[in-house]
Design a protein around this ligand. Structure first.
Ligand code: G4P
Length: 521
């Protein structure tokens, strides 16, 4: 699979329960990776499994990591990169989205735009990622199609440009009007939606009597949309000004083929990426990649640590020696491995847009670049403004060594931001999080993985601003403020509240106090 076919690398973003797992399975079904949906995990136990994809992999023997699902469709290689669902992990999502070229925003037709959908969409906008919108669950009663278009326009300030329009209202899904050809794509239900749903394309003149009423409604709305300038414009889509929209029922495999076709026809292929010094790597240049996710503790039997990297340019050959940009040291991929699924040696080569997992890559951190040839370093993945702060200390002082190692590891993985100061010392660093659930992950992993239960105690800060060494010096002893340093060297000035941050900035115009992007829900 890892040959030179063109790539499409994307992620599905959605509010929990909008149907991300179902759609992922449906996409794999359409790409004929699997032959029957639903067989993978029994009804109701979807969320009980650590990773749905791991289960799919076990059941079907397909190429999956917990980071990406890879399959071939119409002679393209498609990389579907997984994103965490909960808003408390928006920093993780941000990192994952740095590895994709486009995103599919999945909307539940019955619920409209939910909080996490909005949040994730903002992350895409921040990163300039083109977004395709899929209105899912059209087989169930829900909002009117035009109302959903209004919501998208008003709430996310993106002009929806539907490529398909539903024939039949939500709950009576007959098929779609292909707005580019004017044809009716009629769907046929299969038992439980378990197999690829057959579809028939026909010109308007051949629409059957039974569908004529709903067809003429669809035609009328389609014409309204055209008058309203809601037709697809490729340049505006790539510039993040519009979002193509499709209607689907992931559960019944309706609209899934159209989505795959759309991704191939309209979504961007891997392109050039700029480094911090302004030089650019084109996909055909020497090999380069950046790490967007580090994960460990997946296999309790041995301490494994996987660094997932997105290939930006060149060909990856397992065994090649690359340079680790932040240390300048060689990194031998012979001892790492390109991992897809459990079959650690199954991928020998990978290409721009692909995701490679380096095993036991102790030196690689989130944001790091590896390359061959002329030096390139890609910009770090920006961090969000933490809004929750806790001091952490080892519950059992005899386990201090384990405590240090665990905190360092979780820091490198980006599970929380770890802040230190001379004043506080290393015994009780400050953990900073965008969402409170991040602390639960720290607590759980420190206890079970690093054998060092911790004590957390809340600090009365809510606001963080980036400052520099001079600012840190000047703010010593300031009221309602404490300056700490992150492990990447950044100084963060923490304030009890917005008001205090504002007053401090006003009274000290010479001090650097920059806001970070807000990530909290
Ligand atoms: P998530 O990964 O985004 O959290 O969502 P997931 O795919 O698990 O889907 C959430 C629920 O929505 C599931 O129902 C799933 O069957 C249902 N669903 C997904 N897509 C569609 C669709 O197109 N139409 C309809 N009608 N339902 C859809 P559940 O009851 O939670 O699970 P299950 O018992 O059906 O497995």
């Amino acid at each position: 699979m890892s040959d030179k076919r063109p790539r499409r690398t994307f992620a599905v973003i959605s509010h929990p329960d909008a149907g991300k797992s179902t759609l992922t399975e449906a996409l794999a079904l359409h790409a004929r990776v699997i032959t029957e949906a639903g067989a993978v995990h029994g009804k109701g136990n979807r969320r009980a499994t650590v990773s749905d994809w791991m289960e799919m992999e076990k059941a079907r023997g397909i190429s999956i990591t917990s980071a990406a699902l890879q399959f071939v469709y119409r002679d393209h290689v498609i990389n579907l990169v997984d994103t965490p669902g909960h808003s408390d992990f928006s920093e993780d999502t941000y990192r994952v989205l740095s590895a994709v070229d486009s995103a599919v925003m999945l909307v539940d037709a019955g619920k409209g735009l939910e909080p996490q959908t909005l949040k994730l969409f903002q992350v895409c906008a921040l990163r300039g990622i083109p977004v395709v919108t899929v209105i899912n669950k059209w087989d169930r009663p829900g909002l009117a199609a035009l109302e959903l278009m209004d919501l998208i326009e008003q709430k996310i300030k993106l002009r929806p440009t539907p490529l398909t329009w539903p024939v039949g209202e939500a709950g009576d899904f007959r098929g779609v009007l292909d707005r580019r050809t004017g044809e009716f794509v009629k769907y046929t239900r299969t038992a439980g939606g378990a197999t690829r749903a057959p579809e028939r394309r026909m010109p308007a003149s051949e629409v059957e009597e039974v569908d004529l009423d709903v067809w003429s409604d669809a035609v009328e709305e389609h014409e309204l949309l055209s008058v309203d300038d809601a037709d697809h414009d490729q340049a505006k889509f790539l510039a993040g000004k519009t979002t193509p929209v499709m209607f689907a029922s992931a559960l019944q495999n309706f609209g899934v083929a159209q989505l795959l076709d759309l991704l191939l026809d309209l979504a961007p292929a891997p392109g050039p990426t700029e480094g911090v010094d302004g030089t650019t790597r084109e996909p055909e240049d020497d090999f380069s990649a950046f790490v967007f996710k580090v994960q460990s503790g997946m296999n309790a039997a041995h301490r494994d640590r996987l660094a997932y990297a997105r290939i930006v340019s060149g060909e990856f050959d397992r065994g090649m020696v690359v340079t680790h940009a932040s240390t300048g040291k060689p990194f031998a991929t012979k001892y790492a491995q390109a991992v897809f699924g459990r079959d650690v040696s199954s991928i020998e080569h990978a290409y721009p847009g692909d995701i490679v997992g380096f095993v036991n890559a102790q030196s690689l951190r989130v944001g790091d670049t590896v390359y061959v040839g002329d030096k390139i370093e890609f910009p770090p993945v920006p961090t969000f403004a933490p809004e929750h702060f806790m001091t952490a200390s080892a519950a059992d002082i005899g386990r201090y060594k384990q405590f240090r190692r665990g905190i360092e590891q979780l820091d490198q993985e980006g599970v929380v931001q770890v802040l230190r100061s001379d004043l506080r010392g290393d015994q009780s660093p400050v953990l900073a999080a965008v969402g409170p659930m991040q602390f639960e992950v720290v607590q759980e992993r420190m206890t079970n993985e690093f054998n060092s239960p911790i004590r957390l105690s809340r600090l009365d800060f809510q606001v963080a601003r980036v400052t520099d060494a001079d600012g840190a010096e000047a703010l010593k002893g300031a009221r309602g403020c404490e300056v700490l340093q992150r492990s990447d060297g950044t100084y963060l000035a923490l304030f009890t509240d917005q008001w205090r941050a504002g007053v401090t900035a006003r009274d000290n115009p010479d001090i650097m106090l920059e806001a970070l992007p807000a990530g909290g829900s």
